[in-house]
Design a protein. Structure first.
Lengths: 221, 221
């Protein structure tokens, strides 16, 4: 397809598509003349990836890191995945020295392998330090429960990862990490509401900010 | 304690403490003279709450909403909790009409009670729409697995909620919602690493961004 059709089908404005081409976020099309080129589904998929990462708040330079890793594999798949995931937010500093004592304690309790240089270790340390600053402490019972169920979630994530090509695997792993996180946190809030309605309420969902009511779709179940 | 000691013990600068007092984020102390007042542990706890919410990126007006709900209960606890949680980010618009079709489908499949006006329904809809924009689709197998395990996590959250006072319950629910979300998402990334090291690697954690190595603490397990 021509670049104008690529822009139209992807929903990305033409000047933005050209900008992504110049910045190397989108791979060049196949030249059909000195001034035009043709594009295909790989370009559409790439635009979806770039847009999804941008919508997650990734700055262009981080998107470029991810895209480079997808396009130019340099290491084994596992190392590449680690680098790509490290390009995702949150970008935390080093909150409590290089030792990550809280994250280490949690991971050792769960018996999980980890590499202390993996960005998620610093992210976990930062999150646990923020809990403490808020006067909360993550006890063993919560640690064990979270650990068990998060592992089950991660298992299905890996099981559903496409494996037909290295590029597809890295792409899906990065997107899946970034895009399922808000799904999970919204689902947890809704699970709280579901459970709280049973505990505190009369079995019906009460209405935050209004009169309690029973939505139609509940009737139909 | 005096206000200077409150500032010192809480780690919040004195001018900020005074600002929080003026804005109503911190409740007044007990006056001991025309120009001084005394503060206690409830003030320390409140400062920890305000700081923790601010660190999560909540603007002051949203923190004030939460604090007002804690201080001035107007409704049943369940409705109050809904309002307080709605003050937390992410603040999403209405991404796909008022119907939230994706979120409804998911919640109905899981058989969960929900109120469509609860902010988390819009958050879930937004997150699912972002998945689609990225070319991903949440299938039934992933929905069911996430649903089951997120519910188990939410159960321990509610079980561990303090119930000795209404104020403590609302405070802990709001803080627990906000502060455990980054813990969960970091734990998921680390669970991926743990599983991927077993799948792709040689049983040792490979090193993203460096030579594979085996950290000392792994040896000690």
């Amino acid at each position: 397809m021509r670049i104008s059709e690529l822009a139209e089908r992807s929903g990305v404005p033409l000047p933005t598509v050209k900008y992504y081409l110049r910045e190397g976020l989108l791979m060049p099309g196949v030249a059909t003349s000195a001034t035009s080129a043709t594009y295909d589904d790989t370009h559409l998929r790439r635009l979806a990836l770039v847009r999804a990462l941008a919508a997650q708040g990734l700055p262009l330079e981080k998107i470029k890191t991810v895209v480079d890793l997808v396009d130019h594999p340099r290491d084994d798949l596992f190392t590449e995945l680690g680098r790509a995931i490290a390009a995702l937010p949150p970008y935390v500093g080093d909150p409590a020295g290089p030792d990550f004592p809280r994250a280490r304690r949690l991971l050792e309790r769960l018996g999980q392998m980890y590499d202390p240089r993996f960005a998620a270790v610093a992210q976990l340390e930062h999150a646990l330090a923020a809990l403490e600053a808020g006067g909360l402490r993550m006890g063993d019972r919560r640690t064990d429960t979270y650990g068990r169920h998060v592992l089950a979630i991660a298992e299905v994530d890996l099981e559903l990862l496409p494996t037909h090509s290295r590029e597809a695997t890295v792409e899906a792993a990065v997107l899946g990490t970034a895009l399922y996180e808000p799904v999970l946190t919204a689902m947890r809030r809704l699970a709280h509401q579901h459970l709280a309605a049973r505990m505190f309420g009369n079995g019906e969902p009460a209405a935050p900010g209004g009169e309690p009511d029973r939505p139609d779709q509940q009737e139909q179940q």
